[in-house]
Ligand binder design. Structure first.
Ligand code: NDP
Length: 331
């Protein structure tokens, strides 16, 4: 069995020396326990915060202990009545090839007829984040303009597609021509703007002739500073994340106070966990939209447990395209 532990706390983008691969045993399952073989491991931006020794909503990872997060796996041994061999499950588990865990720590997936990686992306935590934040805080109305940053990513791509379903005009901001093209040609956004291009400000101005009614904030920093100039009266800003600051010690968060007052804008931070009571309905609705072809998902699958550090770094370099996961064994 193999596991990946946090060797030390990173300074900036986590290099290979921040991680350590170790051999470990597969514990024999006790009563009501399962042995799970990892199929896909999710790497997510919030894990960067957990690598710091700082108080936050999620506990810091401990040095010399395995990292952990959302994993999709298969039951290979069950001492619990509610699970049998080959059941496909998801849960919050340590980054190991095999985990021996109490049966309550995982849930069976609703259906194995869909691509299983969807349970870590659109049907999983990122999809629920998009749905909850956009519909509860952003509340897009038909004809309004919704802007989303990190738009081709796991959360952003779902935000934009739900906003389209709700009848809004959708402008996505992403890095590089490939991602921007994907937004308009594949996902049906009204416009895509490349924040890495020299003409970012001009292109954003062209796309925002009607201003901004909802800005779904994923990145912070200078990208958002530019969007804030276009906020309409009574605009809403669901603050989902500010990934541009996660590797730096400086606060790269939004600098928007002046605009909030001028246009009476509502800005509210949120955590996906606050929408937990709606999870069942959210999953049902997202699954239906996927089935109807109204929501598409892109995924970057890194092949092999040893790719975890590199896959994690992709989130911050933009080398991922859509939800980044790591394949540990065959589905
Ligand atoms: P993505 O799949 O969008 O991957 C991260 C993307 O962020 C990269 O592909 C890159 O896209 C973009 N990015 C990285 N660095 C920068 C930068 N300096 N400036 C601008 N863009 C950058 O990740 P997720 O969809 O999983 O997460 C998106 C956001 O949502 C994050 O801020 C995350 O923390 C937040 N989040 C919040 C949750 C909550 O409960 N509040 C839950 C889940 C996620 P590009 O190539 O376009 O630059």
């Amino acid at each position: 069995n193999e596991q990946l532990v946090l060797a030390k706390r990173p300074d900036g983008l986590p290099g290979d020396d921040v991680f350590r691969f170790e051999e470990t045993d597969v514990k024999k399952p006790g009563e009501n326990e399962l042995v799970i073989e990892s199929i896909y491991i999710s790497v997510d931006p919030y894990m960067r915060g957990r690598m710091n020794d700082a108080k936050s909503y999620a506990k810091p990872f401990n040095i010399d202990e395995p990292l952990n997060g959302h994993v999709l796996g298969r039951v290979i041994q069950s001492n619990a009545d509610s699970f049998k061999e080959n059941d496909v499950v998801t849960g919050h588990l340590p980054w190991k090839k095999y985990n021996t865990i109490p049966a309550e720590s995982v849930q069976k997936v609703a259906s194995t007829d869909v691509p299983l990686h969807l349970y870590l992306s659109t049907l999983g935590m990122p999809g629920h984040t998009a749905y909850g934040g956009l519909l509860n805080i952003g509340k897009p109305q038909p004809g309004e303009t919704v802007v989303v940053s990190a738009a081709s990513g796991a959360v952003g791509s779902v935000v934009g597609q739900i906003a389209k379903i709700k009848g809004a005009k959708v402008v996505g901001i992403a890095g590089g021509p490939k991602k921007v093209k994907y937004l308009t040609e594949e996902l049906g956004f009204d416009a895509g703007v490349d924040y890495k291009a020299d003409d970012f400000k001009e292109k954003l101005a062209e796309a925002l002739t009607d201003g901004v009614d909802v800005y779904f904030e994923n990145v912070g920093g200078t990208v958002s500073d530019e969007v804030f100039k276009y906020l309409n009266r009574f605009a809403r800003i669901p603050v989902c994340g500010t990934i541009s600051s996660y590797n730096s010690k400086e606060d790269n968060g939004p600098r928007v106070q002046g605009q909030l007052v001028k246009s009476q804008v509502l800005m509210q931070g949120f955590l996906v966990a606050q929408f937990a009571d709606d999870a069942e309905e959210t999953s049902r609705q997202l699954a239906q939209w996927i089935q109807e072809g109204k929501i598409k998902s892109e995924v970057s699958i890194a092949d092999g447990f040893d790719k975890l550090p590199e896959a994690f770094r992709n989130l911050f370099t933009g080398n991922n395209f859509g939800k980044q996961i790591v394949k540990v064994s065959d589905a």
